[in-house]
Design a protein around this ligand. Structure first.
Ligand SMILES: Cc1ncc(C[n+]2csc(CCOP(=O)(O)OP(=O)(O)O)c2C)c(N)n1
Ligand SMILES: CC(=O)[C@@H](O)[C@H](O)COP(=O)(O)O
Ligand SMILES: [Mg+2]
Length: 614
């Protein structure tokens, strides 16, 4: 087994290319076993990045050279080759290996944020530092997928790198897919470009030398520009999009040929300045289930689970779509895991994939609403945070009815700190005119989507967790955006937000067994706050809000403000007020229920908080 001999990138440099091909096979088998054992993870992306990562670590000397990964979900091979092979049995487990690069795991890792399209900005920053007096001659290499290239930040980084001329090698890993096929024509046009890297490199180098010749250089400038323009018109490949921005383009190269990749990376390293090395890879390469099943296996071994909140959303959206031909669904490159695929099958022209471009999605939705459509943007909670400005000023300032359906709200677990959806209530409850809803069951989600479509006259956000949904009877579902009381007592009042209702009711049973009289409300809406719920809560000795979002500035803080206002107005005694929520800190990966329990956001924790406050 060759893989057992690889404990650092240096060990790669003694292998022949035939051995490297064998090593790639072993790495693929290793990844498939690890992801299947872990039960979740990014199979397709990593199977497609095997040869690419081997070649990068043979040409560049990480960690001295800086190797950056956009999103980081495709960095398993990087981790395996940098000494973490034996820890892969702990992938995405509590206290184990992160599913993304992790600075605490290795000096080879730089970017921990799993949000896409950031790498070129990091690269510009690091290249700027390297070219300052603080630089120490390290090369900056950034790997970005074709999907992540569709994010706005990627263009901002490209523009700045091209304009600044910084030394930086961008490896565009083009496999034609995000989750779904990538929404971009860039890949198609680049595939028409057949640069002969040697020819282009030599002429470019010669040109650059001659242009600098004193006196004659400026005449040569004009001559070269005229020649190149003519040549491009009639002979060679068009100036690529990247070269228009000031970056040198080479490729496309076979992303599964280590020799070719090594040559391309060495060329780019010699040429200097901002470079794009375009490599074409196959997502899921070498593993039939990933190659053939683009929903279940190609991106991550996810898929929408029956009985989940996502499944409830899918059903309700199709029903709303049947009743409202103006309703359109928007995704930011994730139609499958947000539950939009059945809607797209039912209404092929009414599901719009904008690429990994959440900010654009939100403002485009505002435009759609202005044009008479009813846009529903299905997005993970954590990914909407990068578009809060657009939500606030492009949608809410204009009073546009856009329905934001936020999946993976609350504690998501396996994907770690950059995936928990814990900022949504804090941020969205501060957007004027925004209705923020949190369903506590499968049926509540469907009722809320229905009422958002039928009743709202402005923006609505509905947020739900990545878990199986509780099921309730039709007469146990609220109406409109009002709160719903589940249990009446007179000593303690628990205001539960979303999925926390189940734990609150269980805690109330536990407390009742001790003789405590507990009221439980399903808040249902974070904003607007239901004043009847507040008035009822204010008559208790203790008001405890339980939410799976940041406590600071969240739903509980808002409810506490309204209790105080009510007490002032009604001139009644102020109850004791408490909030159980997520502390404002980054939370590493673990199973969601384990994290919630550790935070006291389960029945035991809620009951303990009531006892503590009694
Ligand atoms: C801002 C943001 N939106 C959505 C996602 C979810 N996501 C993770 S990976 C991915 C697809 C990335 O495609 P690409 O960059 O082409 O990489 P590949 O998996 O094809 O190698 C998406 C949409 C994310 N990580 N960040
Ligand atoms: C890397 C990324 O952002 C997503 O692919 C993330 O892994 C989503 O995971 P789930 O869809 O399993 O919640
Ligand atoms: Mg891709």
């Amino acid at each position: 087994m060759l893989l057992e001999r690889i404990n650092s990138p240096e060990d790669l440099r003694s292998l022949t290319h035939a051995e490297l091909d064998d090593l790639a096979t072993e790495i693929r088998e290793f990844i498939v076993d690890a992801v299947n054992a872990c039960g979740s993870g990014h199979l397709g992306s990593n199977l497609g990045a095997v040869e690419l990562t081997i070649a990068l670590h043979r040409v560049f000397e990480s960690p001295r050279d800086i190797l950056l990964w956009d999103t980081g979900h495709q960095a398993y091979v990087h981790k395996i080759l940098t000494g973490r092979r034996d820890s892969f049995t702990t992938l995405r487990q509590e206290g184990g290996l992160s599913g993304y690069p992790s600075r605490s795991e290795s000096p080879h890792d730089w970017i921990e944020n799993s949000h896409a399209s950031t790498v070129l900005s990091y690269a510009h920053g690091l290249a700027t530092a390297q070219q300052s007096e603080h630089g120490d001659g390290r090369r900056v290499v950034a790997v970005i997928g074709d999907g992540s290239m569709t994010g706005g930040m990627a263009y901002e980084g490209l523009n700045n790198l091209g304009h600044s001329g910084r030394d930086c090698i961008i490896v565009l890993n083009d496999n034609g897919r995000s989750y779904a096929p990538t929404v971009s024509r860039l890949g198609e046009s680049l595939n028409k470009v057949r640069s002969n890297p040697t020819y282009v490199r030599e002429t470019t180098r010669m040109e650059r030398f001659l242009r600098r010749v004193p006196l004659v250089g400026r005449f040569l400038n004009r001559g070269f520009n005229a020649t190149r323009t003519a040549a491009r018109e009639f002979w060679t490949e068009p100036v690529t999009f990247f070269e228009q921005l000031g970056l040198f383009y080479s490729g496309p190269f076979d992303g599964h040929d280590v020799r070719e990749l090594e040559r391309a990376f060495r060329n780019a390293s010699e040429i200097g300045g901002p470079q794009v090395v375009h490599v074409v890879t196959q997502k899921g390469r070498g593993y039939a289930p990933a190659e053939n099943d683009s929903v279940k296996h190609l991106h991550d071994v996810g898929g929408v689970k029956p009985g989940s909140y996502t499944a409830a959303f899918t059903e309700a959206l199709i029903k709303a779509g049947e009743n409202h031909p103006e309703l359109v669904a928007i995704t930011a490159a994730m139609p499958d895991s947000t539950g939009l695929l059945p809607f797209a099958e039912r209404f092929p022209d009414r599901m719009i994939d904008v690429g990994i471009a959440e900010q654009h999605a939100v403002t485009s939705a505002a435009g759609m609403a202005m044009g008479g459509l009813l846009p529903v943007f299905a997005v993970y909670s954590t990914f909407l945070t990068r578009a809060i400005d657009q939500v606030n000023l492009d949608v809410a300032l204009h009073g546009q009815k856009v329905i934001f359906c936020l999946d993976r709200a609350g504690i998501t677990g396996d994907d770690g700190a950059s995936h928990h959806g814990v900022l949504d209530m804090v941020l969205l409850s501060k957007v004027p005119g925004m209705t923020v809803l949190a369903p506590s069951s499968y049926q509540e989600l469907q009722a809320m989507l229905h009422d958002a479509v039928e009743l709202a006259d402005g923006p609505v956000a509905i947020r739900w967790p990545k878990t199986a949904a509780r099921n309730v009877h039709a007469d146990e579902v609220g109406v409109g955006f009002r709160a719903r009381r589940w249990r009446e007592g007179d000593d303690v009042c628990i205001l539960a937000v979303g999925k926390m209702l189940e734990a609150a009711l269980a805690a109330a049973d536990e407390l009742a067994a001790e003789g405590r009289s507990v009221t439980v409300w399903d808040a249902r809406a974070v904003t607007p706050v239901d004043l009847d719920m507040i008035a009822d809560a204010a008559r208790h000795r203790l008001v405890l809000t339980v939410e799976d979002g940041y406590r600071d500035g969240g739903a509980g803080a808002l409810f506490a403000e309204h209790v105080a206002a009510h007490v002032d107005e009604a001139d009644v005694p102020m109850p004791s007020v408490s909030v159980l929520g997520v502390p404002t800190r980054f939370i590493a990966q673990a199973k969601p229920d384990a994290i919630l329990a550790e935070l006291g956001l389960d029945a035991t924790g809620i009951a303990a908080e009531v006892r503590r406050r009694s």
